[in-house]
Write a protein that binds this ligand. Structure first.
Ligand code: CU
Length: 162
């Protein structure tokens, strides 16, 4: 097959740029030690046993904790195939700022509230943090958005903002 000299040069340039992109990405991720925005549930650098998450603070007491004036910490544990605290247990005053702290005890789950920008991964043995202010009263559906197994579709709960 005959290939024009300029076509060869252009193809070489394209492949070289792909290689440059992958090298830059590789340096950015591995050499600089890029990490997901999480902290270990047990502190320190050792990866903890995820099944111990429920015995370790703050995940030994899942639920809504008042930490300030109209400010709350919401500790949630994702377990195949439910969230702790269980349904109808989370009632938040309208206008409250909520600091989510989420973990998983088994596999990677998700925690999403459709219609808001609340969208987290619940990673075994890690803590995921997210802050959201619930301005409008109503019932907020909480869904798992990571396919976590055969009961994935049953994995939901609600947050009531009153
Ligand atoms: Cu799921």
């Amino acid at each position: 097959m005959h290939m024009h000299r300029l076509e060869k040069m252009w193809l070489t340039f394209g492949v070289a740029m792909l290689a440059v992109f992958l090298i830059v990405l590789g340096i950015g991720v591995f050499a600089n030690g890029a990490q997901p925005p999480t902290t270990h549930a047990h502190g320190g650098h050792e990866k903890p046993a995820p099944e111990l998450a429920e015995e370790t603070a703050p995940f030994d007491k899942p639920g809504l904790h008042k930490i300030g004036d109209n400010e709350y910490k919401l500790v949630m544990v994702a377990i195949a195939f439910a969230y702790k605290p269980l349904e109808d247990k989370i009632v938040i005053p309208a206008g409250a700022t909520v600091h989510f702290e989420v973990t998983s005890t088994d596999v990677v789950h998700g925690l999403q509230i459709p219609g808001t920008n609340v969208n987290m991964m619940a990673v075994p043995g890690e803590t995921t943090n997210f802050t959201f202010t619930f301005k409008k009263p109503g019932e907020y559906l909480v869904l798992c958005n990571e396919y976590c197994g055969n009961g994935h579709e049953m994995m939901w709960t609600t947050i009531t903002v009153a």
